[in-house]
Design a protein around this ligand. Structure first.
Ligand code: TXA
Ligand code: MG
Length: 338
């Protein structure tokens, strides 16, 4: 199989792609769709046979549950046991957008979607294309990131084609993903709510809307031992093929000293910097990623995909600032380097 890639940049192309995607999804097939975070590999969330194909194509372990995508609160309410006021508050503040809410599931959601667990992750994505497909289909869409398990998430249609082009029949090209890293996953089935996966909607923003502090994230030293973590949040995840090393350096001399101590010849290193750009001659490649968190997140995965495409052996990444706006980015970098 070789995937067709459908463009969506005119109204007619957009409408035709919606029809084609919806027809495949109704028939129980998979379609790779753009979302504002990363591209997703979608299936009818209410059809266990369709959902099983997601796990098969990605090589995803069955214990890792899928996020269910909806457009509109009435459809969200059918997926959960009850729709609490807290969900309403968060949905009004952040949906459509890069926030996934974990709630007790209703009986319409198949076991396969939740990995047999009692909760379901729900997200109303902001990208107009997946919204149009959701409206056309009328059923919710289960969609993990459209990459092979443990590889970097795709932020454009080409990234999807490289990893899954031979395994699915349709990829819809909705342009570059505007957020660039996966949604924040917030568990509101427990009290207080807890972030299971940091993202661009950070703890301070969520806390301000909820009106109180969140529980410490499982990776936080303040969290109780044995705190429940998102099943998909393995320490090693979201990895490029190259070895990745996170460093902070003051200047070129400081960087060179650190690389020498790690026995890393600069000539073998691709380097991603955002603040202290070293003289590029000695390195295999030096890229400057933007200095503000939103633009950095948008660019990051494309840079890592590029390192993979160029066969990079080692990627040196300048550590981002230690502030809430960067917490999702730092999480992904630490996992990729683990
Ligand atoms: O931005 C995103 O969330 C993208 C786009 C396509 O929407 N999707 C995405 O899906 O990143 P995936 O499958 O790559 O990551 C889903 C994460 C995993 O860490 C999974 O364990 C967690 O969400 N998750 C899903 N359902 C859960 C549940 N019921 N309880 C706890 N964690 C859950
Ligand atoms: Mg993923």
């Amino acid at each position: 199989m070789t995937a067709d890639i459908l463009p969506t940049h005119t109204a007619a192309l957009f409408a035709a792609a919606v029809q084609r995607a919806a027809a495949l999804l109704r028939a129980g097939e998979l379609v790779a769709l753009p979302t504002e975070t990363v591209y997703g590999l979608a299936a009818n969330a209410l059809d266990p046979r369709a959902v099983a194909k997601i796990f098969q194509v990605k090589g995803r372990p069955a214990h890792n549950p899928l996020i269910v995508h909806i457009a509109g609160l009435p459809l969200a309410a059918t997926c959960v046991r009850e729709w609490p006021p807290l969900a309403d508050t968060l949905a009004r503040a952040f949906w459509p957008g890069p926030l996934t809410l974990i709630l007790p599931r209703s009986s319409v959601i198949p076991d396969l979607v939740t990995a047999g667990g009692p909760t379901v992750g729900l997200r109303w994505p902001a990208h107009p294309f997946i919204q149009a497909v959701l409206r056309e289909c009328g059923f919710p869409l289960a969609a993990p990131s459209a990459n092979l398990s443990n590889r970097i998430s795709p932020t454009n249609a080409d990234h999807v084609r490289e990893q899954l082009g031979g395994a699915i029949s349709l990829i819809v090209d909705g342009g570059q993903s505007q957020v660039g890293i996966e949604s924040t996953v917030l568990d509101i089935s427990t009290d207080p709510p807890r972030i299971l996966r940091p993202g661009m909607i950070h703890a301070a923003a969520l806390g301000a809307v909820i009106g109180r502090a969140l529980a410490a994230a499982p990776d936080d030293p303040a969290a109780p031992t044995g705190a429940l973590r998102s099943p998909g949040q393995l320490k090693k995840h979201y990895s490029p093929r190259a070895r990745m090393v996170l460093l902070h350096w003051r200047d070129d001399a400081d960087l060179n000293r650190q690389l020498a101590a790690l026995a890393l010849p600069p000539g073998r290193c691709h380097l991603l910097a955002h603040a202290h750009l070293p003289a590029p001659e000695a390195f295999a490649r030096v890229c400057l990623i933007p200095h503000d968190a939103e633009a950095y997140a948008r660019a990051l995965y494309a840079e890592l995909h590029q390192c993979d495409a160029l066969g990079a052996e080692v990627i040196i990444v300048e550590l981002p600032p230690d502030s809430p706006a960067w917490s999702g980015i730092t999480d992904r970098l630490r996992r990729a380097a683990a």
